[in-house]
Design a protein around this ligand. Structure first.
Ligand SMILES: CC(C)(COP(=O)(O)OP(=O)(O)OC[C@H]1O[C@@H](n2cnc3c(N)ncnc32)[C@H](O)[C@@H]1OP(=O)(O)O)[C@@H](O)C(=O)NCCC(=O)NCCS
Length: 147
């Protein structure tokens, strides 16, 4: 069965937390994930039957949007699902009339940087030593895309 897109609901928080903690070295907390159901955010998720494979969380202000989080469960990575999620995000942005897309990513995150660049994002700046790491800090790369 092919994975399919279905919206996230507050009842999916446990599944989100499991994917989050598997995918990210620095995962969001449960309460931060719960904020994704607030008014200024929108989300999308890929499911295979009842299994959550990955999701994105984005905010929106006027005609701008920031991709706050995108992740795919480790066992499902490298099969094109991250790109599908990003394309789904772009489709949602178009439907919502959002033309200015922003994101921030750790400078060491080669997989995400490569995905974003191949999807048309361009680097627009850096925040020096923005993210904590196990042994110090690393830069945030700021990226933008015009839809
Ligand atoms: C980033 C992430 C969402 C990509 O999802 P994915 O399903 O593994 O990616 P896809 O299979 O769709 O690959 C899409 C592109 O990502 C890049 N990519 C994926 N894995 C990569 C790797 N190990 N090394 C380098 N580039 C990689 C490539 O550009 C790839 O395109 P290609 O297949 O044409 O080469 C996933 O690796 C992930 O969840 N990472 C942990 C969470 C994270 O860092 N999120 C982003 C910051 S919030």
């Amino acid at each position: 069965m092919q994975p399919e897109f279905r919206p996230l609901r507050p009842a999916d928080l446990d599944a989100m937390l499991a994917v989050e903690q598997g995918a990210h070295a620095h995962p969001w907390s449960r309460s931060l994930l719960a904020d994704a159901f607030g008014e200024r955010y929108f989300t999308g998720a890929l499911w295979q039957e009842n299994a959550l494979l990955g999701y994105f969380i984005a905010d929106r202000v006027l005609d701008e949007t920031t991709l706050m989080n995108i992740c795919v469960a480790p066992e499902w990575q490298g099969r094109g699902l991250g790109r599908q999620l990003l394309e789904h995000y772009f489709a949602r942005c178009r439907a919502l009339g959002l033309g200015w897309l922003w994101l921030e990513v750790r400078a060491s995150n080669r997989a995400a940087l490569s995905l974003y660049a191949s999807a048309g994002y361009e680097e627009s700046g850096r925040r020096r030593n923005y993210y904590p790491t196990a042994d110090g800090h690393e830069d945030a790369v700021l990226m933008q895309k015009r839809l």
